[in-house]
Design a protein around this ligand. Structure first.
Ligand SMILES: *Cc1c(COP(=O)(O)O)cnc(C)c1O
Length: 461
């Protein structure tokens, strides 16, 4: 199994190399050279299995010789042991033929735990074999940072530094990053906004001497291994509703397009998915692109679903690669145009995309109204991101079962949820002491040299 870059100029890599590399050297994203297909019988045999076993069977064909079967099963077991629900990704019903896939039972209460927990175990296992250490640095506006710290805490071959903009994350999000006790994870509250934090992260990756010296690695959502881990719950959910004998559709609250791209891979593997509905908030570049063909940036408008507040969706490049017949030069040209503000998707590519994807947007008032209506109609408390999905899904209900992904627990966004439905959502009991745990964080200026010195000093100890 080899992985190739969407821009066609970087060397092909093995699974473990693609996982450790993240972004390809030509600026592209790694995708499998061929997507393995599961037969109808193999898919049918997933019915009724524990989530961990489904994860093993879905991911195994992508891994090449990275691990033995027993090793990989052990890593999966560790990855999901800290989840607060025995089903890992339980499905509940919202209305006639409309289901909600609850992806918020992981340790940091967002779907990012599904991928981050597995990638942490896989990276640690690869590093333990070679005896190497790496330094992971990430910038976060909330969910990614806490998921990464929770996943990598206590692993012996990895140090993790997470930069977040001081004073600009929610209290639950901050505490999830600052209360992790293990000494290999480090929270940094940086003066500035999220773009500035991300800017310093990019500076570190562009400082090649520093990059080599600390063996810098990334775990942002363009990492192929993260996408792969998210393919699993499309299978587990579809099979519980009758796949492969019955097709299903999914609606996915979308930011960087990583989660919905995992659904696209599930479909390419043979899972009968009729439509993948892209749900955006008021930052609707993807909805506009699907409807008009124009992929044009338009500035970020802060919303109550902040994890979907994006200017451009990095993983969209991966479907464009397929829509343009896997022509790396064509993708490179589009990404060049994007730097200047946008591009128009060719008619042929747009038709190919519309065979698989539909889309819709949900504004702030609609998000709040959906939280209120879902609670009144079903008792289900939605986070604002999940509400965006439920609103958009409503336009696509029909004879095919619709599964909307619930991407975070409502208690991660208590102010927005309370404003919408009048009741403040509680943290799950296992996390109820979050506000009593001691915090550990270093406040730092927006200064590359100071940040680098801090990282050097910490990893030396
Ligand atoms: C990251 C995130 C999203 C967006 O997922 P993408 O893979 O970036 O499309 C949606 N909801 C929540 C709660 C998230 O944390």
């Amino acid at each position: 199994m080899r992985y190739i870059s969407t821009r066609g100029q970087a060397p092909s890599l093995s699974f473990s190399e693609a996982m450790m590399t993240g972004l390809a050297r030509d600026g592209g994203l790694y995708v499998p050279q061929n997507v393995p297909v599961l037969s109808s019988d193999e898919i049918a045999a997933l019915a009724g299995l524990p989530y961990e076993e489904v994860a093993f069977r879905v991911m195994w064909p992508f891994l090449g010789d990275t691990f033995t079967k027993e090793e990989f099963q052990g890593l999966i077991a560790k990855a999901y042991a800290g989840f607060g629900h025995a089903a890992r990704a339980p499905l509940v019903q919202l209305g006639p033929n409309h289901f909600l896939l609850e992806l918020f039972h992981g340790p940091t209460l967002a779907f990012k735990d599904f991928a981050m927990q597995v990638i942490a175990q896989m990276m640690q296992a690869v590093l333990a074999k070679s005896g190497e250490r790496i330094t992971i640095v990430g910038a976060t506006s909330g969910d990614t940072g806490s998921a990464a710290m929770e996943a990598f805490r206590g692993l012996s071959n990895v140090d993790v530094f997470i930069l977040y903009p001081h004073g600009r994350v929610s209290e639950v999000q901050r505490r999830q990053m600052t209360t992790v006790a293990e000494s290999n994870v480090h929270a940094i509250a940086m003066d500035g906004d999220f773009d500035e934090a991300q800017g310093r992260l990019k500076d570190m990756f562009n400082d090649l001497d520093f990059r080599d010296e600390v063996r810098l690695a990334g775990v942002n959502s363009i990492n192929w291994a993260r996408v792969l881990a998210q393919v699993v719950y499309y299978f587990s959910a579809a099979v519980s509703l009758g796949a492969p004998h019955r097709a299903v559709s999914f609606t996915v609250p979308t930011g960087n397009f990583g989660d919905v791209f995992a659904g696209y891979i599930a479909r390419a593997m043979g899972l009968p998915i009729e439509k993948l509905v892209i749900a955006t908030n008021q930052n609707d570049i993807l909805d506009r692109a699907m409807k008009t063909g124009a992929y044009k940036t338009d500035g970020v408008k802060p919303s109550i679903s902040p994890s979907m507040d994006i200017q451009v969706s990095s993983n969209f490049e991966r479907v464009l690669f397929d829509a343009y017949g896997r022509d790396g030069a064509a993708v490179s040209a589009l990404m060049g145009e994007l730097k200047a503000g946008g591009f128009t998707i060719s008619q042929g590519a747009l038709e190919m995309l519309r065979e698989t994807f539909a889309s819709g947007r949900c504004d702030e008032d609609q998000t709040r109204a959906t939280i209120k209506a879902a609670f009144a109609g079903t008792g289900e408390v939605l986070c604002p991101h999940s509400a965006v999905g439920v609103w958009v899904a409503t336009d696509h209900l029909g004879a095919t079962p619709m599964i909307t992904l619930a991407t975070a627990h409502p208690a991660k966004f208590p102010d927005a949820v309370e404003a919408a439905m009048g009741v403040r959502p509680n943290l799950p009991l296992r996390m109820a002491d979050l506000f009593d745990r001691p915090e550990r964080v270093t406040r730092m200026p927006n200064d590359l040299a100071a940040l680098q010195a801090h990282i050097r000093e910490r990893i030396a100890n």
